[in-house]
Design a protein. Structure first.
Length: 200
């Protein structure tokens, strides 16, 4: 009986020591490993230094648009090509493919939508090269039949009080002089600069 008790105590002591060793090792590893910042965008790569940090929310006519994250890719890059093949984007001759993560919320008292019933863009991205125009939304051919897609937005409608978090693609050819979001809804238009014009 004494031998059994001794073996049990020895096993418990070894197990406790092992756990403490693992905890100590994990703590040492965590202390040695620096915490990397969360990457929210790559605007600085294109000379766009933010005047306000993301996420940024713009609301007009009861429609709230929040830009959570934005990544700009050369349209011939591997990332752009993968997204194009995955969702069916036609990049055409566009210079840049722009991938955004967004949240939209209908705080108005009526339906807000963009589809065959209402073709008007409710929000726009402008990078300041007026000779080339604004960035324009790219249609994901593989997702056009999916309403309120959470993977790649095209056809959408939100009843009053509804919210949607999703991804949306744009195509753009031109220079990056500034970055402005504009939201248009119910005859209301509100704009906000993420990157202010710098006297270009």
């Amino acid at each position: 009986m004494k031998k059994i008790m001794m073996k049990a105590m020895l096993a418990t002591t070894l197990l406790a020591g092992s756990i403490l060793g693992q905890v100590g090792s994990a703590q040492a590893t965590a202390a040695a490993k620096p915490t990397a910042p969360i990457m929210r965008d790559n605007l600085s790569k294109y000379g766009l230094v933010k005047d306000v940090e993301l996420p940024v929310t713009v609301t007009a006519g009861g429609l709230s648009y929040t830009l959570e994250k934005i990544m700009i890719f050369d349209s011939k890059s591997k990332d752009a090509q993968v997204l194009s093949k995955t969702y069916g984007y036609n990049l055409g001759n566009a210079q840049y493919f722009i991938w955004t993560k967004i949240t939209v919320e209908n705080k108005s008292g009526s339906m807000v939508q963009q589809n065959v019933k209402d073709l008007k863009d409710k929000w726009r991205l402008n990078f300041g090269d007026l000779s080339k125009g604004e960035a324009y939304t790219s249609m994901p051919d593989k997702m056009t039949d999916i309403k309120n897609s959470k993977q790649s937005l095209w056809d959408w409608s939100l009843k009053s009080g509804e919210k949607l978090s999703t991804y949306q693609a744009y195509l753009y050819t031109g220079n990056f002089n500034y970055f402005k979001i504009r939201v248009d809804n119910r005859n209301n238009s509100i704009s906000k600069y993420i990157v202010e014009p710098k006297g270009y």
